[in-house]
Design a protein around this ligand. Structure first.
Ligand SMILES: Nc1nc2c(c(=O)[nH]1)N[C@H]1C(S)=C(S)[C@@H](COP(=O)(O)OP(=O)(O)OC[C@H]3O[C@@H](n4cnc5c(N)ncnc54)[C@H](O)[C@@H]3O)O[C@H]1N2
Ligand code: MOO
Length: 400
């Protein structure tokens, strides 16, 4: 059994170069990984503009009654402010040259063609400062600024930012294609009647969704029987169509477990059995040149090995920059254990208690065969191998 950290390091040392790039319109780029750094050609906002509906004035004129010399809606190009006048202005409109302050209309009194400005000190809310309510040109982005760097997974925020600098399409890495194969004679598909002795195939749907959530393309190859020839045949064709072959079940030690032998026959079995709980029988290898990962059949072992071993590898392979491991924060344990484990354990936990006094509370049933506890849980608490937990000890917490 290989220590988890060693298995993770070996996997990450075996990441292929990133996939080909393609041009992608912003509306299709959510969750894609940016292949080249985008630099802005424009300044945002392009000019000083008003944060409120009101009047653009010179600060020195506060307290006076002034004629209104122009009206500036958003999008208009204003003339310089006529000395001794105010300009009617609206939110987002360019502030005219010579004006140095904008007053909210609620603080002014509109008269016929004129406006009475408050005295600098007499404003209801707070005294007016010179420069008030003006959003400066370039306060967001300046021409030449780096906007989003290569290797970023594009979130809705990034897409909005890219649009704000006028970019319509970006260069992204082609999403990885991951072949999914479930093994097990006992599996029935949801929507069909399960015969006696059968259980429903949950891993297929769990993994399909985990991959889609990560921005990758699941290539669902269905189910293969617990039979060497069938497993060999399914793996041989799966390996030709994708960037990774991901299987569930059949990687343990029983004579019904054919996965390892089939992988070794089609390429190499590079790693098998990791000190992780759940998920010990995890396997990594190659089918010809195509990487292979074999997850155990138990659904919560699938979830944990996907998060801790598969997804970091996929993130790297997809071209994502930075730490590929899931974000992990420290929180105190609300429980204790009586003996140390041989494997690093990932417990399905809730975070309980008031803000500032939160504790990790594990589900009472940590069986790797059940998924209801994974849905009850908010994330995974990490108990290192060889460690006895005392209540209050700080443990790593990985949110789902
Ligand atoms: N003698 C030993 N037996 C087992 C060991 C061991 O070290 N020595 N390890 C145990 C551990 S840990 C795990 S995890 C499992 C993994 O076994 P396999 O990867 O070979 O998986 P299967 O035996 O095929 O299935 C395990 C379990 O999961 C259910 N399953 C399988 N596929 C699905 C699916 N698509 N959807 C829902 N449930 C699925 C299957 O019915 C079994 O109950 O081995 C232990 N045994
Ligand atoms: O992975 Mo097994 O689920 O460690 O029990």
């Amino acid at each position: 059994m290989m220590p988890l950290a060693e298995a993770q390091a070996r996997l990450l040392a075996n990441v292929p170069p990133p996939p080909a790039t393609e041009r992608c319109p912003l509306n299709a780029a959510l969750n894609m990984v940016l292949a080249e750094t985008v630099t802005s050609t424009v300044t945002v906002p392009p000019s000083d503009n008003s944060a409120v509906d009101g009047y653009a004035v010179r600060y020195a004129d506060l307290g006076r009654v002034l004629p209104v010399s122009q009206r500036i809606p958003a999008g208009a190009v204003p003339a310089p402010l006529v000395p001794g006048s105010a300009a009617r202005i609206f939110t987002g409109a360019a502030v005219p040259a010579e004006a140095d302050t904008v007053l909210m209309q609620e603080e002014c009194e509109a008269l016929d063609g004129q406006v009475r400005l408050p005295a600098a000190s007499s404003v209801k809310t707070s005294p007016v400062k010179k420069g008030a309510n003006i959003r400066r040109a370039g306060q967001d982005i300046r021409a030449g600024d780096e906007v989003v760097s290569a290797g970023t997974r594009l979130s809705p925020r990034h897409l909005g930012l890219l649009a704000s600098v006028g970019v319509a399409e970006v260069s992204v890495y082609r999403p990885l294609r991951v072949a999914l194969l479930s093994t097990g004679d006992e599996l029935a598909e949801p929507g069909t009647a399960a015969a006696p002795g059968q259980i429903y195939n949950s891993n297929r749907y769990l993994l399909h969704a985990l991959l889609a959530e990560a921005g990758m393309i699941p290539v669902d190859l269905g189910r293969v029987a617990d039979d060497y020839a069938a497993t060999h045949g399914a793996l041989a064709s799966a390996g030709q169509r994708c960037d990774l072959v991901l299987t569930t079940g059949g990687v343990s030690v029983g004579e019904e477990d054919h996965m390892r032998a089939a992988v070794a026959a089609l390429g190499s079995l590079d790693l098998w059995r990791v000190a992780i709980k759940p998920g010990k029988p995890f396997a990594f290898g190659h089918l010809g040149d195509t990487p292979f990962m074999g997850l155990p059949g138990n659904p919560s072992a699938v979830l944990v090995t996907f998060m801790i071993l598969v997804l970091p590898w996929l993130r790297r392979a997809q071209g994502l920059a930075g730490d590929p491991m899931p974000p992990c924060v420290g929180l105190p344990a609300g429980f204790s254990t009586d003996k140390p484990g041989k494997r690093e354990e990932y417990l399905r936990v809730q975070v309980v208690g008031e803000a500032g006094q939160q504790r990790l509370q594990p589900h009472p049933n940590q069986s790797s065969g059940m998924l209801s506890s994974a849905c009850w849980a908010e994330g995974l608490a990490v108990v290192p191998a060889g460690r006895v937990v005392r209540e209050g000890d700080v443990l790593g917490f990985i949110r789902f």
